[in-house]
Ligand binder design. Sequence first.
Ligand SMILES: Cc1cc2nc3c(=O)[nH]c(=O)nc-3n(C[C@H](O)[C@H](O)[C@H](O)COP(=O)(O)O)c2cc1C
Length: 186
Amino acid sequence: ACSRSGSQNGNSNASSSSSTKTARVQKGNSNNKTLIVYFSLSGTTKSAAQYIQRQTGADMVRIRPTKAYGNYDSAVKRGERELRNNIHPALATRIPNFSKYNTVLIGYPTWWQRPPMLIHTLFDKYNFSGKTVIPFTTSMSTPLGLSAKIIRQLAQDDGATYKQGIRYDNNNSKVRSWLSGLGLEK
Ligand SMILES: Cc1cc2nc3c(=O)[nH]c(=O)nc-3n(C[C@H](O)[C@H](O)[C@H](O)COP(=O)(O)O)c2cc1C
């Protein structure tokens, strides 16, 4: 995949030294106070995010690291190093109007039973204070509980309210009842 693709709106002049790009927010059609932010290496979490967007009508944005993880093997190598050394990889995506959302659903693939370190960067860069944070993940088998503890901590450290998330496993009726329990179903 081409990590350089994406929207080029905004000030993309040649002398710009920053590789941060303002993301194109995929506008939801009925819930402009809720934002779905997700990271996905191989597309599974992207599908989950897209399903959640259809059910909620929320806005949605995909975040990417400045340097792409590449294939599975290179992601494993680099991800392991980031985890071991508590590296928060640079975020290429600038999320517009972040402050207008009161609920943020954060989606990620589970890596070593945790959120990828890029999610830590997200909390470094954005102020979640006063917002409600709700995680969702995809994984081969690891349940949400382990990685969600970290999201909960990040949220609380930032002054946000944490609400129970879900591990998306294509069980759409489970997802719908979770969303309706949160009051987010459109
Ligand atoms: C670096 C790395 C670490 C992973 N660690 C776990 C894990 O601890 N538990 C698990 O069930 N799956 C693990 N997986 C599998 C992914 O969580 C799973 O394939 C996920 O759905 C991928 O989502 P994506 O396509 O959005 O990247 C790992 C995958 C990668 C690349």
